[in-house]
Design a protein around this ligand. Structure first.
Ligand code: GDP
Length: 199
């Protein structure tokens, strides 16, 4: 097993300009609510309660910043696609996230989470196309691998990649519940952030 990512919650911000200006590389995690984002962050760090921070009332709509040692960071973006989010929430979400994803200089990789069981939603596809149109570095992470029956896995993997507009080999499959693909994703995260294997 690879060493868990030692993430420490640092701060929440309503705008990316309020985030620490450390200059250290960071990766961002984005996806619709319920896609499994908190479970994945907990699994990567092997700390069950870590992402609870991001679920604390008042913080769910904020950018949550975690340090990874003193040379890297992971940023948890608010989940999109609340079916009945008030217009006020939706109106503030967009400029906040778009500003961050396009403007944050420290950002080296954006993990776009899609639900492996149901495939990318319309909003996921919009997000991916939008990021691709700006040439932003992104990786599709398909969650809940354990929920896809083994008999349909190959077909599902092909479909999911095609809908996401990426090659099948570029999709990272994970199950936070069954610890599938977590080691692999930790290794990738460390590579993107330029960290050695024990940080
Ligand atoms: P978030 O809203 O994106 O932070 O999603 P959560 O991490 O809170 O997960 C949403 C729901 O999906 C919860 O009921 C989780 O228990 C479930 N879930 C998350 N990851 C997995 C997984 O890998 N496998 C299964 N079977 N369920 C998962």
């Amino acid at each position: 097993m690879s060493t868990p990512l030692e993430l420490q919650f640092v701060t929440s911000a309503a705008e990316f300009s309020q985030l620490p200006q450390t200059g250290v590389p960071e990766i961002a995690v984005v996806g619709r609510s319920n896609v499994g984002k908190s479970s994945l962050i907990n699994a990567l760090s092997n700390r069950k309660g870590l992402a609870r921070v991001s679920k604390t009332p008042g913080r769910t709509q904020l950018i949550n910043y975690f340090s990874l040692g003193d040379t890297a960071a992971v940023v948890d973006l608010p989940g999109y696609g609340f079916a009945n989010a008030p217009a006020r929430v939706r109106a503030t979400w967009q400029p906040m996230i778009e500003g961050y994803l396009l403007g944050r200089e420290e950002l080296v990789m954006i993990l776009v989470l899609v639900d492996g069981e149901i495939g990318p939603t319309k909003l996921d596809v919009q997000m991916l196309e939008w990021l691709q149109s700006y040439d932003r570095p992104c990786t599709v992470v398909a969650t809940k691998h354990d929920k896809v029956k083994s008999a349909v896995r190959d077909k599902r993997k092909r479909e999911l990649a095609a809908k996401s507009g990426v090659e099948q080999r570029d999709v990272v499959w994970v199950s936070a519940a069954k610890n599938v693909g977590i080691d692999n994703l930790r290794t990738l995260v460390r590579q993107w952030l330029g960290l050695s294997s024990d940080r």
